[in-house]
Ligand binder design. Structure first.
Ligand SMILES: Cc1cc2nc3c(=O)[nH]c(=O)nc-3n(C[C@H](O)[C@H](O)[C@H](O)COP(=O)(O)OP(=O)(O)OC[C@H]3O[C@@H](n4cnc5c(N)ncnc54)[C@H](O)[C@@H]3O)c2cc1C
Length: 438
Protein backbone atom coordinates (compact mmCIF):
# COMPACT_ATOMS: atom_id res chain seq x y z
CA UNK A 1 0.00 0.00 0.00
CA UNK A 2 1.36 3.36 -0.99
CA UNK A 3 0.01 6.36 0.93
CA UNK A 4 2.17 8.95 -0.83
CA UNK A 5 0.83 11.71 -3.08
CA UNK A 6 2.75 13.58 -5.75
CA UNK A 7 4.64 16.81 -4.90
CA UNK A 8 2.13 19.03 -6.79
CA UNK A 9 -0.66 17.74 -4.56
CA UNK A 10 1.48 18.12 -1.46
CA UNK A 11 1.86 21.78 -2.42
CA UNK A 12 -1.96 22.06 -2.57
CA UNK A 13 -2.20 20.53 0.89
CA UNK A 14 0.35 23.02 2.20
CA UNK A 15 -1.76 25.85 0.75
CA UNK A 16 -4.84 24.36 2.42
CA UNK A 17 -3.15 24.12 5.82
CA UNK A 18 -2.30 27.78 5.75
CA UNK A 19 -5.68 28.82 4.33
CA UNK A 20 -7.77 26.83 6.83
CA UNK A 21 -5.80 28.14 9.79
CA UNK A 22 -5.66 31.75 8.74
CA UNK A 23 -8.91 32.19 6.79
CA UNK A 24 -11.44 29.55 7.90
CA UNK A 25 -10.76 29.26 11.65
CA UNK A 26 -11.51 32.99 12.22
CA UNK A 27 -14.94 32.52 10.56
CA UNK A 28 -15.70 29.83 13.16
CA UNK A 29 -15.37 32.56 15.79
CA UNK A 30 -17.44 35.17 13.94
CA UNK A 31 -20.37 32.85 13.17
CA UNK A 32 -20.20 30.10 15.80
CA UNK A 33 -23.68 28.55 15.86
CA UNK A 34 -24.41 25.11 14.45
CA UNK A 35 -26.72 26.46 11.79
CA UNK A 36 -24.56 29.35 10.61
CA UNK A 37 -22.76 27.58 7.73
CA UNK A 38 -26.11 26.41 6.34
CA UNK A 39 -27.99 29.68 6.59
CA UNK A 40 -27.70 30.89 3.01
CA UNK A 41 -29.82 33.92 3.92
CA UNK A 42 -27.26 35.37 6.35
CA UNK A 43 -25.99 38.09 4.02
CA UNK A 44 -23.08 39.12 6.26
CA UNK A 45 -21.70 35.62 6.64
CA UNK A 46 -22.13 34.97 2.92
CA UNK A 47 -20.31 38.22 2.08
CA UNK A 48 -17.42 37.13 4.30
CA UNK A 49 -17.09 33.62 2.84
CA UNK A 50 -17.78 34.39 -0.85
CA UNK A 51 -14.21 35.62 -1.60
CA UNK A 52 -12.80 32.65 0.30
CA UNK A 53 -14.88 30.25 -1.78
CA UNK A 54 -13.52 31.99 -4.89
CA UNK A 55 -9.95 31.39 -3.69
CA UNK A 56 -10.75 27.71 -3.16
CA UNK A 57 -12.21 27.51 -6.67
CA UNK A 58 -9.16 29.27 -8.12
CA UNK A 59 -6.96 26.63 -6.49
CA UNK A 60 -9.09 23.91 -8.10
CA UNK A 61 -10.08 22.60 -4.66
CA UNK A 62 -13.86 23.24 -4.75
CA UNK A 63 -16.20 20.26 -4.20
CA UNK A 64 -13.37 17.79 -4.81
CA UNK A 65 -15.41 14.82 -3.60
CA UNK A 66 -17.31 14.85 -6.89
CA UNK A 67 -16.56 12.73 -9.91
CA UNK A 68 -15.04 14.57 -12.88
CA UNK A 69 -18.31 14.61 -14.87
CA UNK A 70 -19.80 16.72 -12.05
CA UNK A 71 -16.95 19.18 -11.99
CA UNK A 72 -14.87 17.37 -9.37
CA UNK A 73 -11.29 16.27 -9.75
CA UNK A 74 -11.71 12.51 -9.49
CA UNK A 75 -8.98 12.58 -6.87
CA UNK A 76 -9.95 9.32 -5.21
CA UNK A 77 -10.32 8.69 -1.49
CA UNK A 78 -6.63 8.86 -0.58
CA UNK A 79 -6.25 12.49 -1.65
CA UNK A 80 -9.67 13.36 -0.26
CA UNK A 81 -8.56 11.87 3.06
CA UNK A 82 -5.56 14.20 3.23
CA UNK A 83 -7.77 17.15 2.30
CA UNK A 84 -10.39 16.28 4.91
CA UNK A 85 -7.74 15.98 7.59
CA UNK A 86 -7.11 19.70 7.08
CA UNK A 87 -10.75 20.69 6.49
CA UNK A 88 -11.76 18.96 9.75
CA UNK A 89 -9.93 21.58 11.82
CA UNK A 90 -12.56 24.23 11.11
CA UNK A 91 -16.35 24.10 11.42
CA UNK A 92 -16.79 26.43 8.45
CA UNK A 93 -14.16 24.89 6.18
CA UNK A 94 -16.48 22.24 4.67
CA UNK A 95 -18.83 25.02 3.47
CA UNK A 96 -15.91 27.10 2.20
CA UNK A 97 -14.58 24.07 0.28
CA UNK A 98 -18.03 23.09 -1.10
CA UNK A 99 -18.05 19.80 0.74
CA UNK A 100 -20.45 20.10 3.68
CA UNK A 101 -22.68 17.21 4.79
CA UNK A 102 -25.46 16.30 4.23
CA UNK A 103 -25.33 18.20 0.92
CA UNK A 104 -22.38 16.10 -0.27
CA UNK A 105 -24.28 12.83 0.18
CA UNK A 106 -27.46 14.31 -1.27
CA UNK A 107 -25.52 15.53 -4.31
CA UNK A 108 -24.06 12.05 -4.75
CA UNK A 109 -27.44 10.31 -4.80
CA UNK A 110 -28.93 12.97 -7.08
CA UNK A 111 -26.00 12.41 -9.43
CA UNK A 112 -26.38 8.63 -9.25
CA UNK A 113 -30.15 8.22 -9.32
CA UNK A 114 -31.56 11.60 -10.41
CA UNK A 115 -33.45 12.18 -13.65
CA UNK A 116 -32.13 14.94 -15.95
CA UNK A 117 -34.90 17.21 -14.60
CA UNK A 118 -34.00 16.53 -10.95
CA UNK A 119 -30.32 17.15 -11.67
CA UNK A 120 -31.00 20.46 -13.41
CA UNK A 121 -33.34 21.68 -10.68
CA UNK A 122 -31.53 20.55 -7.54
CA UNK A 123 -28.04 19.25 -8.23
CA UNK A 124 -26.36 22.19 -9.93
CA UNK A 125 -27.35 24.88 -7.39
CA UNK A 126 -26.34 22.47 -4.62
CA UNK A 127 -22.92 21.92 -6.21
CA UNK A 128 -22.51 25.66 -6.66
CA UNK A 129 -23.12 26.18 -2.92
CA UNK A 130 -26.13 28.43 -3.62
CA UNK A 131 -28.61 26.30 -1.68
CA UNK A 132 -28.56 23.68 1.07
CA UNK A 133 -30.62 20.51 1.46
CA UNK A 134 -31.89 18.01 4.02
CA UNK A 135 -31.84 14.24 4.25
CA UNK A 136 -35.01 13.25 6.10
CA UNK A 137 -34.86 9.62 7.15
CA UNK A 138 -34.85 9.14 10.95
CA UNK A 139 -38.27 9.02 12.64
CA UNK A 140 -39.31 9.96 16.18
CA UNK A 141 -39.95 6.31 17.13
CA UNK A 142 -37.08 4.68 15.20
CA UNK A 143 -33.68 5.56 13.81
CA UNK A 144 -30.98 2.91 13.71
CA UNK A 145 -33.31 0.37 12.12
CA UNK A 146 -35.10 1.81 9.05
CA UNK A 147 -37.30 -1.28 8.90
CA UNK A 148 -39.25 0.33 11.76
CA UNK A 149 -40.11 3.46 9.75
CA UNK A 150 -43.78 4.25 9.20
CA UNK A 151 -43.87 7.68 7.47
CA UNK A 152 -45.64 6.77 4.24
CA UNK A 153 -46.29 8.05 0.74
CA UNK A 154 -49.48 6.88 -0.92
CA UNK A 155 -50.14 7.15 -4.62
CA UNK A 156 -53.21 9.22 -5.52
CA UNK A 157 -53.62 9.68 -9.28
CA UNK A 158 -50.44 11.24 -10.61
CA UNK A 159 -49.19 12.32 -7.18
CA UNK A 160 -47.50 10.85 -4.11
CA UNK A 161 -49.10 12.01 -0.86
CA UNK A 162 -46.55 12.07 1.95
CA UNK A 163 -47.89 11.55 5.44
CA UNK A 164 -45.99 11.15 8.69
CA UNK A 165 -43.27 12.44 10.99
CA UNK A 166 -39.50 12.62 10.77
CA UNK A 167 -36.91 13.48 13.40
CA UNK A 168 -33.44 15.06 13.24
CA UNK A 169 -33.86 16.28 9.68
CA UNK A 170 -30.76 18.46 9.95
CA UNK A 171 -30.89 21.95 8.40
CA UNK A 172 -34.55 21.61 7.34
CA UNK A 173 -35.10 25.25 8.32
CA UNK A 174 -32.52 26.36 5.74
CA UNK A 175 -33.10 23.73 3.07
CA UNK A 176 -34.40 24.42 -0.43
CA UNK A 177 -35.40 20.78 -0.80
CA UNK A 178 -35.65 17.66 1.35
CA UNK A 179 -34.94 14.08 0.36
CA UNK A 180 -37.50 12.04 2.30
CA UNK A 181 -37.54 8.28 2.81
CA UNK A 182 -41.10 6.97 2.92
CA UNK A 183 -42.95 3.65 2.97
CA UNK A 184 -44.55 3.26 -0.45
CA UNK A 185 -45.34 -0.45 -0.39
CA UNK A 186 -46.06 -1.64 3.18
CA UNK A 187 -46.65 -5.24 2.04
CA UNK A 188 -43.30 -5.64 0.28
CA UNK A 189 -40.33 -7.33 2.00
CA UNK A 190 -38.75 -4.90 4.53
CA UNK A 191 -35.87 -3.77 2.29
CA UNK A 192 -38.17 -2.97 -0.65
CA UNK A 193 -40.89 -1.17 1.27
CA UNK A 194 -39.46 2.32 1.02
CA UNK A 195 -38.70 4.89 -1.66
CA UNK A 196 -37.02 8.29 -1.75
CA UNK A 197 -38.87 11.47 -2.68
CA UNK A 198 -37.33 14.83 -3.48
CA UNK A 199 -39.61 17.46 -1.98
CA UNK A 200 -39.22 21.22 -2.58
CA UNK A 201 -39.20 23.07 0.76
CA UNK A 202 -42.07 25.37 -0.25
CA UNK A 203 -44.50 22.47 -0.85
CA UNK A 204 -47.72 22.95 1.20
CA UNK A 205 -48.00 20.61 4.18
CA UNK A 206 -44.31 20.64 5.20
CA UNK A 207 -44.43 21.62 8.86
CA UNK A 208 -41.48 21.96 11.19
CA UNK A 209 -42.94 20.93 14.55
CA UNK A 210 -39.77 22.12 16.29
CA UNK A 211 -36.18 22.97 15.46
CA UNK A 212 -34.51 20.65 17.94
CA UNK A 213 -31.26 21.83 19.51
CA UNK A 214 -28.41 19.70 20.83
CA UNK A 215 -26.27 19.69 23.98
CA UNK A 216 -25.08 23.23 24.56
CA UNK A 217 -27.97 24.96 22.74
CA UNK A 218 -30.48 26.96 24.79
CA UNK A 219 -33.77 25.09 25.26
CA UNK A 220 -35.76 28.33 25.18
CA UNK A 221 -33.99 29.72 22.13
CA UNK A 222 -35.23 27.68 19.21
CA UNK A 223 -33.24 29.81 16.79
CA UNK A 224 -30.20 27.73 17.80
CA UNK A 225 -31.77 24.36 16.97
CA UNK A 226 -31.17 23.03 13.46
CA UNK A 227 -32.51 19.48 13.57
CA UNK A 228 -36.03 19.55 12.16
CA UNK A 229 -38.79 17.57 13.86
CA UNK A 230 -40.91 17.31 10.74
CA UNK A 231 -44.57 16.71 10.06
CA UNK A 232 -45.25 15.87 6.45
CA UNK A 233 -48.92 16.68 6.58
CA UNK A 234 -50.39 15.31 3.35
CA UNK A 235 -47.61 16.77 1.25
CA UNK A 236 -48.35 16.28 -2.44
CA UNK A 237 -45.57 15.81 -4.98
CA UNK A 238 -45.75 14.61 -8.60
CA UNK A 239 -44.81 11.01 -9.41
CA UNK A 240 -41.54 12.15 -10.94
CA UNK A 241 -40.42 13.42 -7.52
CA UNK A 242 -39.18 9.90 -6.80
CA UNK A 243 -35.40 9.50 -6.62
CA UNK A 244 -34.50 6.04 -7.91
CA UNK A 245 -37.18 3.43 -8.48
CA UNK A 246 -40.14 2.47 -6.28
CA UNK A 247 -38.87 0.36 -3.36
CA UNK A 248 -35.26 1.51 -3.83
CA UNK A 249 -35.14 3.71 -0.71
CA UNK A 250 -32.67 1.43 1.09
CA UNK A 251 -30.41 1.19 -1.92
CA UNK A 252 -30.34 4.97 -2.38
CA UNK A 253 -29.73 5.56 1.35
CA UNK A 254 -26.79 3.14 1.37
CA UNK A 255 -25.23 4.75 -1.68
CA UNK A 256 -24.68 8.07 0.09
CA UNK A 257 -22.62 6.84 2.99
CA UNK A 258 -19.36 5.06 2.12
CA UNK A 259 -17.03 7.86 1.07
CA UNK A 260 -18.70 10.29 3.47
CA UNK A 261 -17.80 8.15 6.48
CA UNK A 262 -14.14 8.13 5.46
CA UNK A 263 -14.24 11.93 5.07
CA UNK A 264 -15.79 12.30 8.55
CA UNK A 265 -13.17 9.97 10.00
CA UNK A 266 -10.33 12.00 8.53
CA UNK A 267 -11.94 15.27 9.68
CA UNK A 268 -11.94 13.71 13.13
CA UNK A 269 -8.21 13.06 12.79
CA UNK A 270 -7.77 16.76 11.96
CA UNK A 271 -9.76 17.86 15.01
CA UNK A 272 -7.83 15.46 17.25
CA UNK A 273 -4.56 16.86 15.91
CA UNK A 274 -5.73 20.37 16.75
CA UNK A 275 -6.57 19.34 20.32
CA UNK A 276 -3.21 17.54 20.54
CA UNK A 277 -1.32 20.63 19.38
CA UNK A 278 -3.03 22.55 22.17
CA UNK A 279 -1.91 19.89 24.64
CA UNK A 280 1.70 20.11 23.46
CA UNK A 281 1.75 23.89 23.80
CA UNK A 282 0.14 23.81 27.23
CA UNK A 283 2.47 21.25 28.79
CA UNK A 284 5.55 23.28 27.96
CA UNK A 285 3.91 26.55 29.07
CA UNK A 286 2.73 25.69 32.57
CA UNK A 287 4.52 24.58 35.74
CA UNK A 288 3.36 22.67 38.78
CA UNK A 289 5.24 21.10 41.72
CA UNK A 290 8.45 22.78 40.61
CA UNK A 291 8.57 21.62 36.99
CA UNK A 292 6.81 21.88 33.66
CA UNK A 293 3.68 19.79 33.13
CA UNK A 294 5.63 18.11 30.32
CA UNK A 295 8.07 16.71 32.90
CA UNK A 296 5.41 14.90 34.97
CA UNK A 297 4.99 11.22 34.16
CA UNK A 298 1.18 11.16 34.22
CA UNK A 299 1.20 14.01 31.72
CA UNK A 300 3.82 12.27 29.60
CA UNK A 301 1.54 9.23 29.58
CA UNK A 302 -1.32 11.34 28.23
CA UNK A 303 0.89 12.87 25.55
CA UNK A 304 2.27 9.48 24.49
CA UNK A 305 -1.15 7.77 24.42
CA UNK A 306 -2.57 10.60 22.35
CA UNK A 307 0.27 10.57 19.82
CA UNK A 308 0.04 6.78 19.43
CA UNK A 309 -3.75 6.66 19.13
CA UNK A 310 -3.93 9.44 16.56
CA UNK A 311 -1.20 7.78 14.51
CA UNK A 312 -2.96 4.38 14.66
CA UNK A 313 -6.35 5.78 13.72
CA UNK A 314 -4.92 7.93 10.93
CA UNK A 315 -3.30 4.83 9.41
CA UNK A 316 -6.58 2.91 9.65
CA UNK A 317 -8.39 5.68 7.75
CA UNK A 318 -5.64 5.93 5.12
CA UNK A 319 -5.70 2.17 4.65
CA UNK A 320 -9.48 2.33 4.21
CA UNK A 321 -9.13 5.10 1.62
CA UNK A 322 -6.45 3.07 -0.20
CA UNK A 323 -8.65 -0.03 -0.29
CA UNK A 324 -11.59 1.98 -1.68
CA UNK A 325 -9.31 3.36 -4.40
CA UNK A 326 -7.54 0.12 -5.28
CA UNK A 327 -9.76 -2.86 -4.56
CA UNK A 328 -13.16 -3.96 -5.92
CA UNK A 329 -16.30 -2.13 -4.80
CA UNK A 330 -17.36 -3.30 -1.32
CA UNK A 331 -13.90 -4.50 -0.23
CA UNK A 332 -13.62 -1.65 2.29
CA UNK A 333 -17.00 -2.24 3.94
CA UNK A 334 -15.67 -3.61 7.22
CA UNK A 335 -12.85 -1.07 7.33
CA UNK A 336 -15.36 1.77 6.89
CA UNK A 337 -17.39 0.41 9.82
CA UNK A 338 -14.18 0.20 11.90
CA UNK A 339 -13.42 3.86 11.10
CA UNK A 340 -16.97 4.87 12.07
CA UNK A 341 -16.67 3.10 15.45
CA UNK A 342 -13.17 4.23 16.24
CA UNK A 343 -13.59 7.90 15.35
CA UNK A 344 -16.07 8.45 18.17
CA UNK A 345 -13.81 6.68 20.66
CA UNK A 346 -10.57 8.40 19.76
CA UNK A 347 -12.24 11.80 19.58
CA UNK A 348 -13.64 11.25 23.06
CA UNK A 349 -10.31 10.15 24.53
CA UNK A 350 -8.21 12.89 22.91
CA UNK A 351 -10.58 15.77 23.68
CA UNK A 352 -11.04 14.56 27.25
CA UNK A 353 -7.27 14.49 27.79
CA UNK A 354 -6.84 17.90 26.16
CA UNK A 355 -9.40 19.38 28.56
CA UNK A 356 -7.78 17.65 31.53
CA UNK A 357 -4.32 18.96 30.63
CA UNK A 358 -5.73 22.50 30.48
CA UNK A 359 -7.26 22.22 33.97
CA UNK A 360 -10.03 24.68 34.77
CA UNK A 361 -9.18 26.64 31.64
CA UNK A 362 -10.04 23.51 29.66
CA UNK A 363 -13.68 23.64 30.72
CA UNK A 364 -14.15 27.32 29.92
CA UNK A 365 -15.86 28.51 26.77
CA UNK A 366 -12.64 30.28 25.80
CA UNK A 367 -11.11 27.47 23.75
CA UNK A 368 -12.30 25.33 20.85
CA UNK A 369 -12.24 22.33 23.22
CA UNK A 370 -15.68 23.29 24.59
CA UNK A 371 -17.33 23.00 21.16
CA UNK A 372 -15.38 19.82 20.50
CA UNK A 373 -16.69 18.29 23.73
CA UNK A 374 -20.29 19.21 22.89
CA UNK A 375 -19.97 17.44 19.57
CA UNK A 376 -18.74 14.19 21.09
CA UNK A 377 -21.96 12.22 21.57
CA UNK A 378 -23.22 13.07 18.10
CA UNK A 379 -20.22 11.38 16.50
CA UNK A 380 -21.27 8.04 17.98
CA UNK A 381 -24.85 8.44 16.71
CA UNK A 382 -25.06 10.35 13.42
CA UNK A 383 -24.77 8.05 10.38
CA UNK A 384 -25.73 5.15 12.63
CA UNK A 385 -24.84 4.31 16.23
CA UNK A 386 -21.51 2.76 17.17
CA UNK A 387 -23.18 -0.49 18.22
CA UNK A 388 -24.68 -1.13 14.79
CA UNK A 389 -21.27 -0.69 13.15
CA UNK A 390 -19.62 -2.90 15.76
CA UNK A 391 -22.16 -5.63 14.98
CA UNK A 392 -21.22 -5.31 11.31
CA UNK A 393 -17.50 -5.61 12.10
CA UNK A 394 -18.06 -8.58 14.38
CA UNK A 395 -20.20 -10.40 11.80
CA UNK A 396 -17.51 -9.89 9.15
CA UNK A 397 -15.04 -11.72 11.37
CA UNK A 398 -17.34 -14.53 12.51
CA UNK A 399 -19.41 -15.19 9.37
CA UNK A 400 -16.88 -17.58 7.87
CA UNK A 401 -15.26 -18.76 11.08
CA UNK A 402 -15.29 -22.57 11.47
CA UNK A 403 -16.37 -24.21 14.76
CA UNK A 404 -13.75 -26.41 16.44
CA UNK A 405 -14.10 -30.08 15.60
CA UNK A 406 -13.74 -31.66 19.00
CA UNK A 407 -14.57 -30.77 22.56
CA UNK A 408 -11.51 -28.51 22.86
CA UNK A 409 -10.52 -25.54 20.65
CA UNK A 410 -8.17 -26.10 17.72
CA UNK A 411 -5.53 -24.26 19.77
CA UNK A 412 -5.72 -26.92 22.56
CA UNK A 413 -2.06 -27.38 23.47
CA UNK A 414 -2.14 -31.04 24.58
CA UNK A 415 -3.78 -32.02 21.28
CA UNK A 416 -1.33 -29.94 19.25
CA UNK A 417 1.63 -31.25 21.23
CA UNK A 418 0.56 -34.84 20.55
CA UNK A 419 0.29 -33.98 16.83
CA UNK A 420 3.73 -32.34 16.85
CA UNK A 421 5.24 -35.39 18.56
CA UNK A 422 3.67 -37.66 16.00
CA UNK A 423 4.88 -35.49 13.13
CA UNK A 424 8.46 -35.55 14.32
CA UNK A 425 8.29 -39.05 15.88
CA UNK A 426 11.11 -40.38 13.71
CA UNK A 427 13.59 -37.71 14.74
CA UNK A 428 12.42 -37.59 18.34
CA UNK A 429 12.93 -41.35 18.65
CA UNK A 430 16.56 -40.82 17.68
CA UNK A 431 17.07 -38.00 20.19
CA UNK A 432 19.27 -39.97 22.66
CA UNK A 433 21.60 -41.02 19.85
CA UNK A 434 21.72 -37.49 18.37
CA UNK A 435 22.51 -35.96 21.73
CA UNK A 436 25.23 -38.55 22.44
CA UNK A 437 26.88 -37.77 19.10
CA UNK A 438 27.09 -34.02 19.92
C1 LIG B 1 -25.99 15.51 15.07
C2 LIG B 1 -26.91 14.53 14.39
C3 LIG B 1 -27.35 14.80 13.10
C4 LIG B 1 -28.23 13.93 12.48
N1 LIG B 1 -28.71 14.25 11.22
C5 LIG B 1 -29.63 13.46 10.63
C6 LIG B 1 -30.18 13.83 9.37
O1 LIG B 1 -29.80 14.83 8.77
N2 LIG B 1 -31.15 13.03 8.84
C7 LIG B 1 -31.59 11.92 9.46
O2 LIG B 1 -32.47 11.24 8.91
N3 LIG B 1 -31.10 11.54 10.68
C8 LIG B 1 -30.13 12.29 11.27
N4 LIG B 1 -29.63 11.95 12.50
C9 LIG B 1 -30.17 10.79 13.18
C10 LIG B 1 -29.23 9.59 13.22
O3 LIG B 1 -29.14 9.00 11.95
C11 LIG B 1 -29.79 8.66 14.29
O4 LIG B 1 -29.55 9.28 15.54
C12 LIG B 1 -29.19 7.27 14.28
O5 LIG B 1 -29.51 6.56 13.12
C13 LIG B 1 -29.68 6.48 15.50
O6 LIG B 1 -31.09 6.48 15.56
P1 LIG B 1 -31.84 6.93 16.92
O7 LIG B 1 -31.27 8.24 17.33
O8 LIG B 1 -33.29 6.86 16.69
O9 LIG B 1 -31.39 5.87 17.97
P2 LIG B 1 -32.06 4.41 18.24
O10 LIG B 1 -32.32 3.72 16.94
O11 LIG B 1 -33.20 4.60 19.17
O12 LIG B 1 -30.87 3.73 18.97
C14 LIG B 1 -30.55 4.11 20.32
C15 LIG B 1 -29.43 3.25 20.83
O13 LIG B 1 -29.82 1.90 20.84
C16 LIG B 1 -28.70 1.07 20.61
N5 LIG B 1 -28.91 0.31 19.37
C17 LIG B 1 -29.63 0.65 18.29
N6 LIG B 1 -29.57 -0.32 17.36
C18 LIG B 1 -28.82 -1.30 17.85
C19 LIG B 1 -28.38 -2.58 17.38
N7 LIG B 1 -28.73 -3.03 16.15
N8 LIG B 1 -27.58 -3.33 18.17
C20 LIG B 1 -27.21 -2.88 19.40
N9 LIG B 1 -27.59 -1.69 19.91
C21 LIG B 1 -28.38 -0.91 19.14
C22 LIG B 1 -27.51 2.02 20.45
O14 LIG B 1 -26.90 2.19 21.71
C23 LIG B 1 -28.16 3.28 20.01
O15 LIG B 1 -27.36 4.43 20.22
C24 LIG B 1 -28.70 12.78 13.14
C25 LIG B 1 -28.24 12.50 14.43
C26 LIG B 1 -27.37 13.36 15.06
C27 LIG B 1 -26.92 13.05 16.46
Amino acid sequence: MDFTVEPEFQAKLAWMRDFVKNECEPIDLLFPHHGDPYDTKNATARAVIAPLQEQVKAQGLWACHLDPHLGGKGYGQMKLAYMNEIIGRSYWAPTIFGTAAPDTGNAEILAMFGTPDQKARYLQPLLDGDIVSTFSMTEPQAGADPKEFVCKATREGDEWVLDGYKWFSSNARYASFLIVMAVTDPDAPPHSRMSMLVVPAETPGIEIVRNVGVIGDDLDNESQGIHGYMHYNKVRVPLDAMLGGPGEGFKVAQARLGGGRVHHAMRTVGRCQRAFEMMQERVVSRRTAGKLLADHQFVQGMIADTAIEIEQFRLLVLKTAWVIDNEPHGAARTLIAMCKVQMAKIYHDVVQRAIQIHGSYGVTNETVLAAMWMGLPSLALADGPTEVHKVQVAKAFTRNAKPSEGLFPSEHIPTRLAAAREKYADILSKAPALEAAE
